[in-house]
Design a protein around this ligand. Structure first.
Ligand code: TXA
Ligand code: MG
Length: 341
């Protein structure tokens, strides 16, 4: 079992020293819990891949305490500066050209690095105390549902890590949006997430593309030699079709449940509505939000997937969220959990 630290002043100083010495610490962020190590320490970063059983071709996100600290890992451009001014600290990750000091293991050999300044106050204090940028993927075994509480981390990684910083349930509950900002003329969303596309478009005053994966984009390492843009190879590494999955078979419908369907029992199946139904419901009917608030739905999504995964159902069936704003990211995670990319 890992030790769960509550975030006292003494805890934070201790965990900062663990990180400086090359150790791993599971940390709270506003999106999901991460598993952090000194981003400049290749051995410590390699250990993250082992613990998560993560394939080496799936690069990690580097977290920095401030925009100035982020300068030590990436080269910023005008587009990045514009986005940083509006969205940091917060759940927007920028892919930029990397500084030579960032080890290859962090970026899976790419010439770019993914970086963000997170908004969680405890994590920011820890980053500041450690005085280091921290590489941190989500703190779950590769392919499983991301953790949104310290208990989730304890359940799935407690046997292989020593320290968890408990910052309470994650306020957002969905991973950051990842945006390729290497070409200031052509920002591209690589992963839908907690910063909605509409907000990015409003801030920039122009449309922002979402990268669509080609079949086979999943398959593995792509050599992106120094000087060659990652866009020339696989653009969104690690965006596997099967990801964020509970062990129980999960299905995503393409339309909402009807009142009649919800009133009739279905044996062994958990049915998850987006919004709490108004009519009578059979046992095994659940919902993501009571009053249709997308932020509540996002916050509850992964926790509910885990809860239902442990509840003995043979199948989980979700209806889609409304397609705009955070709903787009919720549907993206549901599609992947259903193995449909
Ligand atoms: O909210 C989040 O983003 C959370 C918290 C902990 O910050 N982190 C997270 O990390 O979701 P992870 O490892 O589960 O997802 C990181 C993804 C990779 O799978 C990959 O798709 C993308 O970030 N990525 C990282 N570096 C990249 C790069 N240089 N180019 C393109 N994509 C990159
Ligand atoms: Mg992840």
């Amino acid at each position: 079992m890992a030790i769960i630290h509550t975030g006292s002043d003494a805890d934070l100083s201790f965990l900062a020293s663990v990180l400086r010495a090359g150790g791993l610490v599971a940390v709270p962020t506003e999106t999901v819990y991460g598993l952090a190590a000194n981003a400049f320490n290749a051995d410590a970063c390699r250990r993250i891949f082992e613990v998560k059983r993560r394939p080496a071709h799936d690069p990690m996100i580097v977290h920095a305490a401030t925009r100035t600290a982020a300068d030590s890992v990436a080269f910023f451009n005008t587009l990045a500066d514009e986005l940083v001014a509006r969205f940091w600290p917060g759940p927007l990750t920028l892919v930029l050209r990397k500084r030579p000091l960032v080890p290859e293991v962090v970026t899976s050999g790419r010439p770019t690095v993914a970086v963000r300044v997170p908004a969680h106050p405890l994590f920011r204090t820890l980053l500041d105390r450690a005085g280091l940028p921290l590489a941190a993927p989500s703190a779950n075994p590769f392919g499983y549902v991301s953790p949104t509480t310290a208990e989730h981390v304890q359940q799935s990684l407690g046997d292989v890590i020593d320290h968890i910083l408990d910052g309470g349930p994650c306020a957002v509950g969905l991973e950051s949006t990842i945006l390729d900002a290497t070409n200031p003329q052509d920002p591209v969303i690589l992963r839908l997430g907690a910063t909605p596309r509409e907000d990015l478009e409003r801030a920039l005053g122009r449309p922002v593309r979402v990268h669509v994966r080609r079949p086979g984009d999943d398959s593995g390492p792509v050599e992106a030699p120094e000087g060659v843009s990652a866009a020339a190879g696989e653009r969104a590494p690690g965006m596997l079709d099967q990801h964020y999955s509970p062990r129980t078979h999960l299905e995503l419908r393409d339309h909402a449940f009807s009142e009649e369907e919800l009133a009739a029992p279905v044996d062994g199946v958990a049915r998850v509505c987006y919004r709490r139904p108004t009519g009578p419901t059979a046992p095994g009917v659940h919902w993501l939000t009571t009053d249709g608030d997308p932020a509540e739905a996002a916050r509850r999504l992964f926790a509910l997937m885990r809860e239902l995964d442990g509840a003995g159902y043979a199948q989980l069936v979700f209806e889609p969220a409304p397609a705009d704003g955070l709903g787009a990211a919720i549907n993206d995670r549901l599609r992947r959990a259903a193995g449909r990319g």
